[in-house]
Design a binder for this molecule. Structure first.
Ligand code: 3HC
Ligand code: NAI
Length: 693
């Protein structure tokens, strides 16, 4: 059932019923239109109420139908809304909880709107790279006025129903029962004629041209590579400058244009990717989760402190454990300072700050942490230290406590083997700064229990993180891929490029930061330590030595005031350094390489396709469950440009045969053996499929 029909006295009630949010897919639209027609044919019915079942009036058009024939199949959303608006009996939208996108557009086509306080009202299409395509840009300004409507449409942000009195004919009391109240309202207005229609109103805004021009300029400056916000302004402008029907036609045209853009496809991909990432095929949605009411964190360094803040922000008490009092004091002082900075920016109140700090306690003794529901280890990245900590945790933690490690490179299965309860051990790989970065890689060991995994996924939502599951391998999803990207960046230096050119090309592509600025921020010594280990463990893998030479110069990055670039105190700007560039040029000469001019296109291809090729291996090995999980890792943890949808989605848009051809070409060049096309990539390219198909 996708829309139910009932008659309450003289009022027909049509209830959209398409869980989870009553997206208006074809079946729902068909049932609802049939409902209106049935009501019109029934002489006993004097008015119609449309409402939604469950936890929404409607979340809008069914996004899953976009770019499928169902989206345009009749009755379309337009036909549904036109049927409601054209009804000869009054139609009342009874709105609650969530009323968004096409849901709001439907209600604007109804003759009346009633609601409860607390409902979230929005036209969020812009967040999917679209504009409201079912009359929202023409009707909302006619109801709210030009300026408030434009703000809602361009921002896409929800506004509470009680803040929008102009939108509603009645806002019932918070404790009222919506449906009976809406039916009573419908009975009251059943005989009022003519039926009020939003389309008949005019947008009244003196001097609208100046306002619209100001809006165009502001929105253009803020929307970067995304075309939708400016298109929103143009279509809203049409509500003032064109007749209603012409404005509707214009809106339709611009909507159909936007829906085909890569930017919109990328945003919609990211929307679903974020939601599907929390689903693991062999861990059903009803898997019980362990309650997490308290946490302990081992190590109050860079990561431990940031991780603690996540729990505190979510209202979960934290006990921090360290080996020395000074380390504890320093860790706690940093947490306090971070909160104070947020307070200074006006984003936190003193009361909240005190509340959060009040949830934090510390200890030097394992005896005091045993009762925590979860313990997250964030000590030095050395297997011996991890072993000592996990043996101790195994001794002291209560049965059923989750033992999590924040290791970024070590084997989670090995860490689990230090305990007698490997089923309770899991990797929770936070990204630095842990209180800011959205990504949480959840590393599933071979013995991790399903309910532990389900708990970690639920916890990631509670901590407002995007949780992505990774299997155990060196570097997990994100760092394993970035290593190939960094290798290419190094080889590009050897062949003829300089850090500045490579960073600029990467940043022009849309990365938040190029590889060298990122290295300077993270600390070049971290990669150096990893490579030193690799030179011994995997001598067959080649790396450019330029980064080692840089570290030998003592240039670790921002923390030493110098890395690939120079830095000035109080200024994060990167200044190219002649000595570094001379070192790079000399290194090419030492290798016998004649430096050549390298195009930005080659730079970007080599960086991005290195990610893609490793991503394909990761998929094939089952380390990532799906290509979209890899995209989420890169969008939320590595500054990959959102409008390109993540590396795997991007490769799909370029066309996998094109990606493969480029990889084969680079395989013939300098350090070509770094390019061995992943079998999955070859297979998909040969069969015309995509990573995300
Ligand atoms: N169509 C289909 N499915 C939708 C949907 C929609 N419009 N909106 C949400 N869903 C699905 C999600 O995919 C998710 O599915 P899952 O349970 O299988 O993973 C489920 O609903 C719940 O979503 P959330 O996890 O986001 O739940 P929340 O309770 O946190 O939020 C929400 C609910 C506020 C409705 C949020 O999902 C949201 O913002 N949705 C997007 C709404 C939107 O963009 N609407 C405009 C659609 S475009 C449109 O209407 C075009 C028209 O102008 C022509
Ligand atoms: P850090 O050096 O800043 O902090 C480590 C802290 O652990 C120190 O305060 C130290 O006193 C404490 N410690 C050491 N041995 C201990 C023990 N036996 N018991 C209790 N405390 C002990 O290191 P950082 O950067 O916070 O890294 C911690 C872990 O997080 C490592 O496993 C690292 O690989 C991982 N990680 C680091 C990231 C980063 O960007 N720094 C990112 C993601 C993961």
């Amino acid at each position: 059932m996708t829309a139910e029909y009932q008659v309450h006295g003289a009022v027909a009630v049509i209830t959209l019923n398409n869980p989870p949010v009553n997206g208006m897919g074809l079946a729902t639209r068909t049932a609802a239109v049939n409902g209106i027609q049935r009501a019109l044919a029934d002489d006993a019915v004097k008015a119609i109420v449309i409402t939604g079942a469950g936890k929404a009036f409607s979340g809008g058009a069914d996004i899953k139908e976009f770019n499928t024939p169902q989206a345009l199949a009749e009755p379309s959303l337009h036909t549904f809304i036109a049927t409601a608006e054209g009804s000869t009996k009054p139609v009342v939208a009874a709105i609650h909880t969530v009323c968004m996108g096409g849901g709001l557009e439907l209600s604007l086509g109804c003759h009346y709107r009633v609601t409860m306080p607390g409902a979230q009202i929005a036209l969020p299409e812009v967040k999917l790279g679209l504009l409201p395509g079912a009359g929202g840009t023409q009707r909302l300004p006619r109801v709210l006025g030009l300026e408030p409507a434009l703000n809602m449409i361009v921002s896409g942000n929800p506004v509470l129903s009680e803040k929008l009195p102009a939108l509603f004919d009645e806002i019932f009391a918070a404790d009222a029962d919506l449906l009976p109240s809406a039916v009573a309202f419908a009975e009251k207005i059943a005989d009022v004629r003519p039926l009020p229609k939003v389309r008949d109103r005019k947008v009244d805004y003196p001097n609208h041209e100046a306002f619209l021009q100001f809006s165009r300029n502001t929105v253009k400056a803020m929307s970067g590579p995304f075309p939708a916000p400016l298109e929103c302004v143009e279509t809203v402008a049409a509500s003032v400058t064109m007749k209603f029907d012409d404005g509707m036609k214009f809106e339709r045209e611009r909507f159909l244009h936007l829906i085909q853009t890569t930017e919109s496809k990328a945003l919609r991909h990211a929307f679903f990717a974020e939601r599907i990432a929390s689903k693991v095929p062999d861990v059903p949605a009803d898997t019980p989760v362990r309650p997490i009411k308290s946490a302990a964190i081992i190590g109050a360094g860079t990561m431990g402190g940031g991780i603690a803040m996540n729990f505190l922000n979510a209202g979960i008490p934290v006990k921090l454990l360290e080996t020395r009092q000074e380390a504890l004091d320093k860790g706690i002082a940093t947490i306090r300072k971070n909160y104070e900075n947020t307070l200074k920016k006006g984003k936190l109140t003193q009361e909240k700050l005190d509340q959060r700090m009040g949830l934090l306690s510390s200890t030097l003794s394992y005896d005091e942490i045993g009762q925590a529901d979860i313990v997250v280890e964030a000590v030095f990245e050395e297997i011996g230290v991890k072993e000592a900590v996990f043996r101790k945790l195994d001794e002291v933690m209560k049965p059923g406590a989750i033992l999590a490690t924040n290791t970024s490179t070590l084997d989670v299965d090995k860490i689990a083997s230090f305990t007698r309860r490997p089923q309770d051990v899991i990797g929770t790989h936070f990204f630095s700064p842990a209180n800011v970065m959205k990504l949480l890689e959840i590393v599933r060991g071979k013995e991790t229990a399903k309910d532990v995994l389900a708990t970690a996924l639920a916890l990631s939502k509670k901590l407002k993180k995007t949780g992505v599951v990774s299997g155990v391998c060196d570097g997990f999803i994100g760092n394993r891929m970035i290593e190939q990207y960094s290798r290419q960046a190094g080889f590009l230096l050897e062949e003829g490029a300089l850090p500045e050119q490579i960073d600029k090309a990467a940043e022009k592509f849309g990365f938040a930061m190029g590889p060298f600025r990122m290295g300077d921020l993270a600390g070049n010594d971290i990669g150096w330590a990893i490579r030193k280990r690799r030179y011994v463990e995997k001598p067959e893998i080649s790396y450019s030595r330029t980064a080692d030479l840089l570290c030998e110069m003592g240039r670790y990055g921002q923390k030493t005031g110098a890395g690939w670039y120079d830095y000035k105190a109080g200024d994060r700007k990167a200044y190219p350094n002649d000595e570094v560039n001379a070192m790079i040029v000399k290194h090419s000469a030492d290798l016998g390489i004649t430096r050549r001019k390298i195009s930005d296109q080659e730079i970007v291809e080599r960086l991005v396709y290195a990610l893609v090729n490793e991503g394909a291996l990761i998929l094939e090995e089952g380390i990532a469950l799906r290509a979209s999980d890899i995209d989420m890792v890169y969008l939320t943890g590595y500054g990959f440009p959102l409008y390109r949808g993540g590396p795997m989605f991007y490769a799909d848009t370029v066309g996998l045969p094109n990606v493969l051809a480029a990889i084969n070409k680079y395989a013939k060049g300098h350090e070509g053996k770094a390019w061995q096309p992943a079998p999955l990539l070859q297979k998909l390219a040969a069969t015309g499929k995509n990573f995300n198909s």
